[in-house]
Design a protein around this ligand. Sequence first.
Ligand code: 5GP
Ligand code: MG
Ligand code: MG
Length: 180
Amino acid sequence: MSSSTVKLHDKEFAVYLQEEEIRQAILSLAFRINQEYAGKTPLFLAVLNGSFMFAGDLLKEITVPCEISFIKLASYQNTQSTGNVKELVGLNEDVTNRHVIILEDIVDTGHTVSVLLKKLQTLATTSVEIACMLLKPACLQHPLEIKYAALSIPNDFVVGYGLDYNGLGRNLRHIYKLKS
Ligand code: 5GP
Ligand code: MG
Ligand code: MG
């Protein structure tokens, strides 16, 4: 059992996307990736911390041979994207000639993922695509092609399922949005 509202620090959040809805979205995404990467061995590159739950659940549904590696980036303070992306743990995988799929928890302004894309574009990858659990299309400030978005949401601040509010909420099984 988990309740329909949670309090994290000073803020209240109400359930927004239930576990089952998240699961169905991940199954559809995995189905597409399995079809489109048939015969290939993609390297998933998950961006920590937020994508750990998404990466775990998605990867269990991937049936093509694949590898996974992690990098750690941070750009958010409180409930605002700062645009100042810090690399906390770098890429130590050889991505030469690899089909890379970036795994992000959420794409908001797109700053974080474009910094990572620019970096990968200087390396000799065969292809790079972006997969995210959540996309906020109204917030995008970069001309990015997000090929694999499990779910699109409005411009609300959300927590749960890997996403935090100042460190708390990553363990929640549903996705919650900030109460106004
Ligand atoms: P962007 O660089 O696209 O603006 O933001 C990317 C990162 O900011 C995400 O990977 C995530 O860590 C954080 N972020 C963006 N929107 C939200 C949100 O609604 N809730 C939470 N908890 N984090 C967010
Ligand atoms: Mg993230
Ligand atoms: Mg965060």
